[in-house]
Design a binder for this molecule. Structure first.
Ligand code: N01
Length: 537
């Protein structure tokens, strides 16, 4: 029986890993190291996952590159980043480098989508159907599909009749998109929009930005890499790993140590300015209480609003760009390079689609209620069907024909964000109920993969063929995830991390907000106690 599915309808692997992003690459490597046979499936034509598809101009990480990488002595010292916050092409090159170092290229089938997975309780395995018409069986299925991989598709009336070109930031074409001298529209001003807009403005004859909700954005304060700092980290990678998984976010970002009310207004302003100059997500943790105390939060929000007013020359445009309806950090803070400055350019127009809604796409552009904008190119930066999108699309079925998300209509239910009851041997990497998008994602991926690899070794050593969380453990963890977020201001704000129940408007926060440090302590304890909370057969 071959292992590549080429001359047999059914072949056997210990593990099938879906996804060739940072999580999938590491998973295939770690499982192989444990002596398991592994097949990787990836719908794209190469490694990179989110960094393969989101190749829009300006795409860049918002976690410092010193730590947004495999903090692993096997490969850390062999790579050199050029900037503090690496851009997409460099990250894609890095992930390809890592895939080669980890020797996983030969394990992957690219341009191949998993079209379904059926659990068979009589053999304790999944039969996995693929887009090439073949199928394989595997004991374990690991979904390393990321939490932001299923893009929200543009559903504007008239799009089919548009005579120009349209693209999505989330699936930016691999071929060059002509921008020079074009009239371009961007719809969406989340993290992707905020990154692509300054780049498009430099090339376009005219750029129209269609903003529905203003977002808070702070400067990355990007700079060239500090080679000495990188080498210092390289010399003690294992200690740095231990240090990072003991932090709230898996970074060395400074965090507040006092409540806003414990400081004088002058001290507050001084600290805010320091954090502004440090850059990035540090603005989320200036004061210890800013995520739960509206007054503390308002001090940070007003500081950022003032920066926008100081940067944008036209006061009317500045006011349109300033969020006033929700606390800072309650929707994911955007990190930019020259975003607000872009609105000082003569070729950039901001359109507030809350005041003047988009009615339809016309053959030559975009028609709002009050105006019509002729454009050659439309860039949709509309975000993702976050957390559950990739699982919903994967057609994974248990013996009752159910899908993993079927019982999540009142919010995701998982044990540790890793597994959900009713689906033996199905692991989710960085899933709902884990720190996920609230922490450094590469670290989160590594930590999850190591946990899964150890669990699989434990199963092998004990002759188990089936692992599944208990209902009690899942219920307890789901309640703990809810509790960790119960005081957060962001729970009350519409954003992709909050699940809202339509009937009673009750809310569930999807990722685990207690911090990576607490999460890792819990998973370590589970491991040390013989996988307490999991049932084996
Ligand atoms: O998506 P988003 P994103 N008409 O959901 C608008 C990560 N990421 O791709 O806010 C008009 O944030 C929507 O408007 P509104 C990061 O985790 C990281 O930008 O719903 N507008 C919003 O403005 C991030 O949080 C980086 O009113 C419509 C935008 O589209 C996550 O990905 C870079 C609309 C969507 O914003 C998602 O970011 C990029 C409509 N019908 C992404 N529908 C880094 O920096 C939607 N919108 C590492």
């Amino acid at each position: 029986m071959t292992k590549d599915g080429t001359n047999s309808a059914v072949t056997d692997y210990d593990v099938v890993v879906v996804g060739a992003g940072a999580g999938g690459i590491f998973a295939v490597h770690e499982f192989k190291e444990k002596g398991l046979s592994v097949l990787g499936l990836e719908s794209g034509s190469g490694f990179g996952g989110v960094w393969f598809h989101n190749r829009y101009p300006g795409a860049r990480v918002d976690v410092e590159s010193y730590f947004y990488c495999y903090v692993d002595p096997k490969i850390y010292s062999e790579w050199k980043w050029s900037e503090r916050y690496a851009a997409q092409p460099e990250i894609l090159a890095y992930l390809n480098f890592a895939a080669d170092k980890y020797d996983v290229r030969g394990n992957y089938k690219f341009s191949t989508r998993m079209t379904g997975a059926q659990w068979d309780p009589s053999t304790d395995s999944y039969t996995i159907a693929m887009s090439d018409g073949k199928a394989v069986t595997a004991r374990v299925l690991v979904m390393a599909t990321g939490q932001l991989s299923e893009a929200r598709k543009p559903s504007f009336d008239g799009l089919d009749d548009f005579k120009g070109e349209w693209v999505q930031t989330s699936h930016w074409p691999e071929h060059p998109v002509a921008l020079k001298g074009k009239r371009i529209a961007v719809i969406g001003t989340g993290s992707s929009g905020v990154q692509v807009i300054p780049q498009l403005a430099k090339e376009a004859e005219r750029l129209y930005v269609f903003q529905r909700t203003a977002n808070y954005s702070v400067p990355a304060q990007n700079s060239p890499m500090d080679e000495g700092r990188y080498q210092d980290i390289a010399r003690g990678v294992e200690d740095v790993w231990r240090e990072l998984v003991g932090t709230f976010s898996g970074t060395r970002n400074p965090r507040g140590s006092a409540r806003a009310a414990d400081m004088s207004p002058e001290e507050q302003q001084q600290l805010l300015q320091e954090r502004w100059e440090h850059g990035g997500h540090t603005m989320n943790s200036v004061f210890t209480d800013q995520s739960s105390n509206a007054d503390a939060n308002a001090i940070v929000a007003e500081f950022v609003r003032d920066k926008v007013r100081q940067t944008v020359k036209d006061p009317a445009v500045a006011e349109k760009l300033i969020p006033t309806e929700y606390p800072i950090g309650s929707r994911r803070l955007c990190v930019d390079i020259g975003y607000y400055e872009t609105y000082n350019r003569d070729n950039v127009t901001l359109v507030n689609v809350k005041a003047d809604p988009i009615e339809r796409i016309t053959p030559h552009g975009i028609k709002t209620r009050d105006q019509e904008f002729e454009v050659d190119l439309i860039v949709f930066a509309l975000g993702f069907d976050a957390f559950t999108g990739a699982l919903d699309q994967s057609n994974i079925r248990n013996e009752k024909g159910e899908q993993p998300t079927d019982k999540w209509d009142r919010g995701p239910k998982t044990f540790l964000g890793l597994m959900t009851t009713g689906f033996p041997n199905l692991f989710i990497v960085t899933g709902p109920g884990s720190p996920s998008v609230l922490a450094n994602m590469i670290l989160g991926n590594m930590q999850h993969v190591r946990f899964i690899a150890n669990a699989l070794t434990y199963m092998k050593d004990h002759g188990h063929t089936r692992i599944e969380p208990t209902e009690e453990a899942q219920t307890e963890w789901t309640a703990h995830v809810a509790d960790a977020a119960s005081k957060l201001l962001r729970l009350g704000v519409e954003n992709y991390m909050v699940h809202v129940n339509k009937d009673d408007q009750s809310r569930t926060f999807i990722p685990y907000a207690g911090g990576l440090d607490k999460y890792v302590a819990r998973t370590n304890a589970v491991e040390e106690n013989g996988y307490q909370g999991f049932a084996f057969a």
